[in-house]
Design a protein around this ligand. Structure first.
Ligand SMILES: Cc1cc2nc3c(=O)[nH]c(=O)nc-3n(C[C@H](O)[C@H](O)[C@H](O)COP(=O)(O)OP(=O)(O)OC[C@H]3O[C@@H](n4cnc5c(N)ncnc54)[C@H](O)[C@@H]3O)c2cc1C
Length: 377
């Protein structure tokens, strides 16, 4: 058994780290933006990293999307900039249903522009009154002859007003769930700003007012919506774990640099027992989460659907770990950990939403525990 990344993944890691370094001068500014930061988007476009989230046939790098490559890239990006990480991740999350079941027209029209990041996608699941309990969605998808009509409101949608299209999840008249690809410029679509968050994020509230589209705008067949959500999570949920590992690693490096040089009671903080203990615990936890994440990503690359439990475990463990680690790092840095817009303070704020989006920790635990109790003989 080999626990190291193979040469192909090491090359992607180097590429992502070098890109992350190249954006360090705009990271702090971009991370405070609730709209797309033009400089960051331009840098990402030039990097060609977007080609990792669509298949080769449509401008991607590999025949199939590789969840481990995406994890590794998100790990490097999140350590540098949450804004860059989110823009990169959304290219895949918001377009995966097209990759999975899109018609050849949908694929050729959108995926090459997703790969180059000319078109920013969005996945519209959440509604003002519906979050974790997705089956309660109120958005209606109604067959209307050779057309389909979409009516409803979506909330907290990443990429918001900057998205070129939305993969919209809703309910058919017969109660089945479906997905429709709605271009952002379709008549009846409007976007308003979402509330500002503790860690700013590009978000929008989307209204679909009797949006009428050709039936060919459907993604897959009627009733396939929930499968498409699960397929998207099968490939991309584990990548949140990758980002959480990157965030925790960055926080730990900040704490190490600080505690190695700051002297109290005649010794560097890092040599004072409880601080040394916190450093060691943080390192061990980051390494544990990284191993779990890479393994889950590896499983997802061979069989995304059956990997969902591993991805959920990795997402749960890594995001909870990142919160613990960054909190300890702030503690080790004392008052210097509290300075607004310092690197550690940004990481502290950015860790928090990760335990809520793409499956809140408590909801993930329910699914993991259900599988556990059903599989142990
Ligand atoms: C930065 C950010 C970006 C986002 N981007 C998108 C996006 O692009 N597209 C999109 O569709 N949505 C997006 N969302 C929304 C996100 O998916 C939801 O916030 C998430 O699904 C949780 O829903 P909720 O916030 O309504 O919480 P709720 O569902 O109201 O849950 C609140 C809390 O209750 C607990 N809880 C809920 N259900 C259970 C249960 N069954 N058992 C035990 N505890 C439970 C959990 O602790 C949970 O955190 C984004 C959110 C954020 C913060």
């Amino acid at each position: 058994m080999d626990f190291d990344l193979d040469p192909g993944h090491i090359a992607i890691q180097k590429e992502a780290r070098s890109f992350a370094e190249s954006i360090s001068h705009i990271a702090a500014e971009a991370d405070e933006c609730s709209g797309v930061h033009a400089g960051m988007l331009a840098a990402l476009r030039a990097s060609r990293l977007g080609s990792l989230v669509v298949p080769k046939e449509f401008g991607g790098r590999t025949d199939r999307i590789d969840p481990l490559a995406i994890c590794i890239v998100r790990e490097a990006l999140m350590a540098a900039s949450a804004h860059a990480d989110s823009l990169f991740a959304l290219q895949g999350i918001g377009s995966y249903a097209i990759t999975a079941v899109g018609s050849s027209e949908q694929r050729t029209n959108w995926l090459p522009r997703v790969a180059t990041m000319e078109a920013l996608p969005a996945l519209a699941l959440t509604e003002p009154d519906v979050g974790s309990d997705l089956k309660q969605v109120g958005t209606r998808i109604v067959a209307d002859g050779d057309r389909v009509r979409v009516t409803g409101a979506k909330s907290f949608i990443s990429n918001g007003a900057s998205a070129a299209f939305f993969e919209v999840f809703g309910k058919e008249s017969d109660g089945r769930f479906s997905m429709v690809l709605v271009p952002a410029d379709a008549p009846g679509v409007s976007v308003t700003a979402s509330p500002d968050l503790i860690a700013p994020h590009v978000l929008g509230e989307i209204q679909f007012k009797d949006v009428s589209l050709p039936a060919s705008a459907r993604l897959g067949s009627p009733g396939q919506g929930m499968d498409l959500v699960l397929a998207t999570l099968g490939v991309f949920r584990v990548s949140v774990a990758g980002a959480a590992v990157g965030l925790a690693q960055a926080a730990l490096e900040e704490a190490v640099r600080h505690t190695r040089t700051r002297v109290q009671f005649g010794r560097p903080l890092a040599k004072l027992g409880p601080v040394a203990q916190m450093l060691a615990d943080c390192w061990a936890e980051v390494e544990m989460a990284r191993l779990l994440t890479y393994r889950a990503a590896f499983i997802a690359s061979t069989d995304p659907a059956s990997a969902l439990n591993h991805s959920s475990m990795a997402k749960l463990a890594a995001t909870e770990m990142a919160s613990r680690v960054v909190d300890r790092c702030v503690q080790m840095m004392g008052r210097f950990g509290l300075i607004r817009n310092s690197k550690i303070e940004r990481l502290y704020r950015q860790a928090r939403p990760m335990r809520i989006y793409e499956g809140a920790s408590e909801v993930l635990r329910l699914g993991i525990a259900r599988t556990l109790t059903e599989t142990i003989p």
